[in-house]
Design a protein around this ligand. Structure first.
Ligand code: F0G
Length: 355
């Protein structure tokens, strides 16, 4: 038996992506992430709940699925530099793929609002980091203007290649389950993900790879929920900094995904997000950043409202790794002890019985 390596999103799904033999494939073997059955969440909700752990991507978030396509196409089209605005994960991913491709990368981020792990990644991969006084929406406005007037490729999710790559998550879920789920739950920030996942499910259903499409549910943080309120929010606020966005670029795509699929967009509070994150860490063994837990917070909200059909197959997308924002991982943890390097002292501290 020889080991088989997952080949990355472009090679695994080349017939469904805008690439051909002339496209130089820039890949870190992204995608192929675990789809993990949750015994506890299934028992609690009466559904079959699966968690799609996107923290297992090379830079620790789902962004790599889109970035491999966007950066490969930028190379094909002769770009010398890529640029993006970001709440942190897009910038980490853009920096890594630009490094692999040998491109220059610049990222524009809201000052003081990027989780430390994401900033470390972006700097580690050699990107130029420009902090702006203001939020993501302002940084995004500036970078769109920059890319329209200067010679640089924009790799935010308004780049259509990003969404093409990100739709691969829906293919993987169907390929791994052998069918489409009944419900697909995902955190929403700039709304590229929910838009692209719906594209992927629709494509598989149209081509009769699967018989049905799931109902799509997107969850925004309550302090940053413009889609729920029906209007942009000037000053979004949430502990889930990844989704602290007041005017999502893929606004229409998100609303279409929810409406066309018979799903919806709802808000979850920061308390619900942190409680769901804690459960994932303590009961599932999955370290996720706060924004990632919005899908599970949403699952528990739908369950609380009695809105989950019995026995439904549900997929919750966990979008990014907890190591990116570790301050949230150790809250209410057991205090650490400093002891002598001595078995008896350690056993006493732990309350272990002698063998
Ligand atoms: N979860 C995480 C961990 C994210 O980083 C993001 C977006 C989302 C969810 C929301 O996804 O924008 O497709 O609706 N982060 C972007 C960034 C905005 O700049 O890293 P979306």
């Amino acid at each position: 038996m020889t080991a088989h390596q997952w080949r990355g999103v472009i090679t695994e799904y080349s017939d469904r992506l805008p690439v051909d033999a002339a496209t130089p494939v820039v890949t870190l073997r992204e995608g192929g992430t675990p789809l993990i059955f949750s015994e506890r969440l299934s028992a609690e909700t009466g559904c079959e709940v699966h968690l799609k752990f996107e923290g297992a991507n090379p830079t620790g978030s789902f962004k790599d699925r889109g970035m491999t396509v966007a950066v490969s196409k930028a190379c094909e089209e002769g770009a010398a530099a890529v640029v993006c605005a970001s709440t942190g994960n897009t910038s980490a991913s853009a920096a890594a793929y630009a490094a692999k491709a040998g491109l220059t990368c610049a990222v524009i981020v809201p000052k003081g609002r990027i989780a430390p792990g994401k900033m470390a990644q972006t700097l580690a991969h050699g990107a130029a980091v420009i902090e702006v006084d203001g939020n993501f929406d302002m940084a995004f406005g500036a970078v769109r203007d920059l890319a329209s007037r200067f010679d640089v490729a924009l790799v935010n999710s308004v780049n259509p290649y990003r969404l093409q790559g990100q739709k691969s998550l829906a293919f993987e879920v169907c390929d791994m389950l052998g069918r489409a789920p009944d419900l697909h739950l995902v955190p929403v920030g700039n709304a590229g993900n929910i838009t692209s996942h719906w594209m992927g499910y629709r494509e598989y259903a149209d081509d009769e790879v699967v018989a049905a499409t799931p109902r799509m549910f997107g969850f925004q943080a309550a302090g940053a929920a413009p889609l729920v309120h029906g209007a942009p929010i000037a000053d979004p606020e949430t502990v889930a900094t990844a989704i602290r966005i007041g005017n999502p670029a893929s606004w229409d795509g998100a609303l279409h995904a929810a409406a066309d699929s018979g799903g919806g967009i709802a808000a979850v509070t920061d308390e619900e997000i942190l409680a769901a994150q804690r459960r994932l860490m303590r009961e599932e063994g999955l370290f996720v950043e706060p924004a990632s837990a919005a899908s599970v917070a949403g699952l528990l909200t739908l369950h609380g409202r009695g809105s989950l059909p019995a026995d439904a197959t549900v997929v919750c997308v966990l979008t990014g790794h907890g190591l990116k924002d570790p301050q949230w991982g150790n809250r209410d943890a057991e205090p650490t002890a400093t002891l002598r390097a001595d078995a008896a002292a350690i056993a006493q501290h732990l309350g272990l019985a002698a063998r």
